[in-house]
Design a binder for this molecule. Structure first.
Ligand code: CP
Ligand code: NVA
Length: 330
């Protein structure tokens, strides 16, 4: 049966079948080729989307804006300072109002229940631009980047996520790997192991797709990985936890030794970005002055030929475009 995702919200990849996720990936590859050849579409002509950001963003915001404009849509950006949302107007009322103006709503913020409420009350498709527990548009771009860098089918690949294995990025990757049959290893301290319900869900899905979903604190288990992935150690809103995270996660920093432990010369390095890999940011400098080295990856690995992080960042544009075209395009 042909895949049809028109009118659907994109809140988590748990809501989509393997075929639907592959459809978004195929469409993203096609849209990337077309953009490279100077061909833009008009599938969103006459549509308008609104972007709601309660947390900061570079890639996600720019991807939604450029993707929408490339396909002919209008875009409005709202943040907490410049709108009534949350302070003077409930999410329910905000959603009901925005649903009268817009054909789609992107939201980045805290609780997953907020994107669910926005979808419920607005009556238009809602796109999750990151919550505390998920980052589905990023995971889609990550699978596209893995596909572009391996000759193997995804169901024969293994991805190792290093560090805070219970953050939003780790969970989004666990869901997409389980759905697509990619073996997943979370490598980190037991204190930051994935929640049991997330492991159980992914293992259940993996039992149908062939994906092995594992957690380990032992570097030996990284052997055979096709992609080593990491993320910052304290996600947005968790900055007070930095001292504790540095203590727990320093042994799990991605170094050349970690890449070597894959025993796979073709293994790539992935990162959703932004990354602390040197001391060129105010935050990395300030924390170092307090005695905390917050680099989750060495500069050597980040800048190595194995690192595909900027291709990955570009793929945010193409995958977000595929989600917009698929869900609200003509
Ligand atoms: N990876 C990612 O979501 O980047 P931004 O925070 O810049 O949107
Ligand atoms: N885990 C990170 C991802 C940023 C794209 C955060 O939530 O800050």
């Amino acid at each position: 049966m042909a895949v049809n995702v028109k009118g659907r919200s994109f809140l988590t990849l748990k809501d989509f079948s393997s075929e639907e996720i592959k459809y978004f990936l195929d469409l993203a590859c096609d849209l990337k080729q077309k953009k490279r050849s100077g061909i833009l579409g008009d599938t969103l002509r006459g549509k308008n989307i609104v972007l709601l950001f309660e947390k900061t963003s570079t890639r996600t915001r720019c991807s939604f804006e450029v993707a929408a404009r490339d396909e002919g849509a209008g875009v409005t950006y709202l943040d907490m300072k410049s709108s009534q949302m949350g302070k003077k107007e409930s999410i329910e009322d905000t959603a009901r109002v925005l649903g009268r103006f817009f054909d789609g709503i992107e939201y980045r913020g805290y609780e997953q229940s907020l994107v669910e409420d926005l979808a419920h009350f607005s009556g238009v498709p809602v796109f999750n631009g990151l919550t505390d527990v998920d980052h589905p548009t990023q995971a889609l771009a990550d699978m596209m980047t893995l596909l572009e860098n391996t000759a193997k089918p995804l169901r024969r690949c293994k991805l190792a996520f290093c560090g805070d294995t219970r953050n939003n990025m780790a969970y989004a990757l666990m869901y997409v790997c389980a759905k697509l049959g990619v073996d997943y290893l979370g490598w980190g301290p037991q204190e930051l192991a994935p929640a049991h319900e997330v492991m159980d869900y992914c293992r259940e899905v993996g039992s149908q797709t062939g994906a092995s979903i594992q957690f380990s604190s032992d570097l030996k288990d990284i052997k055979g990985a096709d992609a080593v992935y990491t993320d910052i150690w304290a996600s947005m809103g968790e900055e007070a936890l930095i001292p504790q995270r540095v203590a727990l996660l320093t042994p799990y920093r991605v170094t050349e030794q970690v890449l070597a432990a894959t025993e796979n010369p073709d293994c790539i390095f992935l990162h959703c970005l932004p990354s602390f890999h040197d001391f060129e940011t105010t935050m990395a400098k300030e924390q170092m002055a307090l005695g905390y080295d917050i680099r989750e990856v060495t500069d050597e690995v980040f800048r190595s030929p194995a690192s595909k992080v900027f291709d990955q960042a570009e793929n945010r544009l193409h995958t977000i475009k595929s989600v917009l075209v698929g869900c609200i395009g003509r």
